[in-house]
Design a protein around this ligand. Sequence first.
Ligand code: AMP
Ligand code: MG
Length: 472
Amino acid sequence: MIRFDNSYARLPSGFFTRTAPTPVRDPSLIAVNEELAADLGIDAGWLSGPEGLAMLSGNALPDGATPIAQAYAGHQFGGFVPQLGDGRAVLLGEIVSPAGQRFDIQLKGAGPTPFSRRGDGRAWLGPVLREYLVSEFMAAMGVPTTRALAAVSTGEIVIREMAYPGAILTRVASSHIRVGTFEFFAARGDTERLRLLMQTVIARHYPQAKGALDLLDAVIRAQAATIAHWMALGFIHGVMNTDNMAVSGETIDYGPCAFMDEYHPDKVFSSIDSRGRYAWSEQPQIAVWNLAQLASCLVPLMGEDLEAAVEDATRVVHTFPAIYQDEWLKRFAAKLGISRPRPEDRSLIEVLLTQMAAQNADFTRVFAGLADGTAAAEFADPAGFAQWEKLWLDRIASEADPKAVMRRANPLRIPRNHQIEAAISEARDGNFALFHKLDRALRTPHEARAEWDALSLAPTPDEVVRRTFCGT
Ligand code: AMP
Ligand code: MG
């Protein structure tokens, strides 16, 4: 059983609609995240049993749940949509973990809500398994992220380009409040609810913040750190719309996301991002753009003097690049084994990245190979790398334990797109063995094990996946 304490559902009307999950025909368990369950104080045995399955599939409401669909708006690919909201997700409630942290428990794919518009409120197996694997890998790498508590199949069919098996992901987040949640009330000129939302976010995520400007500053810092983490793993979110940006700083809404194999800064994977708005190298600028939207929402809460408020908010938004650059340098320096980076380390990193791009080197394998002396093999023309390597070895000669620093920063394995696609394809035939193998292997991405060696390999040319489809 779960002890719920549903603070969001106690907010006044306008923040959500009460919506129960729609039962499914024939649910079965795909995975339960026992480690996460333990951290949350949930009995994994109960969760895997009949009552747990009934909850995870939306077939029974556990005691204390007050299911809601949250309202939010958002800028999608730059265009404002005043009403989005949870169209295929239901928030069952919140729990406070044994460590005293509050978490949302949400079913993604739980059936239609008043925000579904023309959608069916459902998810299919592919996006559910992708989010499960990728979000748990991110957590294993220490990246702020929502988590996956469970995945179930529904025994129903979901129609997209064709018929697919339906599934539901149980997502855990420190909250699901988005930049788009602020935009929802700001666009309606509802300053009263906007202020209440701000107070809610401050109390829940940034208790030290004294007001709207402080909150903006805190979200900017959190996002700068998260995006730097993404960049250092070669991660491309794919749909960085403001409704997919959590104010907690957690990575959220894994849709057509992917990690790069061959390094190139312009990489895009999402099938719906035809113009490359959310390419890997664009992500920091897009974050600033999104945070500028948050800033303009918060301006009315910054005091009587509107002009001064706009000036303050603008100044704070403009701090993002410097904060981000520091985070970036810290992350990429660690990838080279440098624990206290100096400004000139930036060009050392950039020279390596330029060589990698010119030679289509595999992002993960180059960095993982630095600690083992196998990185040169990733370059078609190792001479340039050898030159760089001399400079690099000079630089890290004074570091206390560069290999340990590198091994922490550079995973041996990432959730490679072709592996995820293979796991999804087998799962569609009812075989979850590869999914479970990836799940286990990606929880300890630094650990070398013979049975996992093949998972470190880059895709062969015909294994390469060029597009990933939207998370619907
Ligand atoms: P996304 O950008 O994929 O996170 O989704 C954008 C909006 O579309 C959100 O309001 C979602 O709730 C909604 N949405 C996405 N897929 C579905 C679906 N299958 N049924 C209903 N609403 C959906
Ligand atoms: Mg979304």
